[in-house]
Ligand binder design. Structure first.
Ligand code: MG
Ligand code: ZN
Length: 376
């Protein structure tokens, strides 16, 4: 018994040491690749937004934003967004939400159970702001660095009882008239158990379908689907400037619509950096999304009837920052979980209607505010 206790103690100490070493190597990050923020004015905006671009940083809490801010030497494009609020993220059945319930709350205004995609607690479909925008004649788009069938983008277009039903979610894209979508997940459209080839079906519906953004470079005509990966895109910077380029591409295609557009852009992998308790992963993904936000802000500043919103579905990692250096772009972080946390997450807004987004409110209010601003 005594020997057993000793061995157990040694194993425990060993594991703790390994764990501590692992977290230490991932705790601190020095960003050598600073990006320049865009130069924009705060122009006289029109009274109502005709276009809305909604960014969701999956798992992006205040600490993640601040880590990006320090790593980029104190400047982010998000700093241009002067109207700031917080959303509470609790789901219908859990204090700590997942990205299915979190995405569905933002997309549809309905609080649902963890794992749900565009359905309420009774598993009944609820229309998303993207679908309502489409019905009211606006152009619509989705951009994501994960599979386009993954929980966050799926919440805006699909209605399925479980986020894991990727093939069913992919098939739901065919039931809509979405004008452009860019992301990973091509395999869920082509390598399917039911034998359907959804790429062929998209083409039959009039879509141009591309594998990679380069292929689509010279084409600006909707409808269009661009697959950036078979499943998820690589991590940043390995995937290159896919997210900023995809954001610009979506804007260029959607802005041709006379009645305006709704576009959701997701920085998907901030969440995965949080699950991995990896400061470099988180910061790289936050900075990549911030560059994409810069593209949207440049368009909005010049267009004057576009509202840009940047928010998150929840925080991931229970991240806090206990060391850093603005001059060097160094951040040291600690984590309290490898899962999501329950804290409020920030909302930043720029453009006509931005003042609606200040204060503390529910994630479901994002849907309601967009709907009201669009006059639906
Ligand atoms: Mg996501
Ligand atoms: Zn997550």
């Amino acid at each position: 018994m005594k020997r057993f206790t000793l061995i157990a103690w040694m194993v425990l100490v060993g594991l703790t040491t390994i764990h501590a070493q692992k977290s230490d190597s991932l705790a601190t990050f020095t960003n050598t690749a600073k990006h320049e923020v865009v130069t924009i004015k705060q122009p006289k905006f029109k009274s109502k937004p005709k276009n809305i671009i909604l960014f969701i940083g999956d798992g992006m809490g205040v600490a993640q934003v601040y880590a990006g801010l320090v790593a980029n030497r104190g400047q982010l494009n998000i700093n241009h967004m002067k109207h700031i609020g917080f959303i509470q993220t609790q789901s219908a059945d859990r204090f700590v939400t997942d990205s299915g319930a979190g995405g569905t709350a933002i997309a549809t205004g309905v609080r649902t159970y963890n794992g749900a995609i565009g359905v309420d607690i009774n598993k009944q479909p609820v229309k998303s702001i993207l679908q309502i925008s489409d019905e009211r004649g606006k152009a619509t788009g989705l951009v994501s660095t994960s599979a386009i069938t993954h929980a966050t983008p799926a919440s805006f277009i699909a209605h399925q009882p479980s986020r894991n039903m990727y093939e069913e979610i992919a098939a739901d894209f065919l039931k809509t008239d979405i004008d452009i979508f860019i992301g990973g997940g091509e395999d869920h459209f082509t390598k399917r158990k039911d034998g359907r080839n959804l790429v062929e079906e998209l083409r039959a519906k009039g879509y141009s379908v591309f594998s990679g953004l380069d292929e689509a470079q010279s084409i600006q005509k909707a409808p269009m689907a661009i697959f950036a990966a078979a499943e998820h895109t690589e991590t940043y910077p390995n995937r290159g400037n896919m997210l900023p380029v995809a954001t610009q591409k979506a804007i260029d295609v959607l802005k041709q619509d006379k009645k305006g557009f709704f576009l959701m852009v997701e920085g998907s992998q901030i969440d995965w950096g949080g699950h991995a308790n990896s400061t470099p992963y988180i910061i790289n993904e936050v900075l990549d999304m911030d560059i994409a936000v810069g593209k949207a802000l440049e368009f909005a500043a010049q267009n004057r009837e576009t509202l840009v919103i940047v928010t998150a579905d929840h925080e991931t990692g229970g991240m806090t920052i206990n060391g850093g250096n603005y001059t060097a772009g160094t951040v040291t972080a600690r984590y309290t979980t490898t899962d999501h946390s329950a804290v409020m997450v920030p909302v930043f807004a720029y453009g006509p209607g931005a003042e609606e987004f200040i204060g503390i409110y529910n994630n479901t209010d994002i849907f309601l505010k967009i709907k009201k601003l669009f006059g639906f």
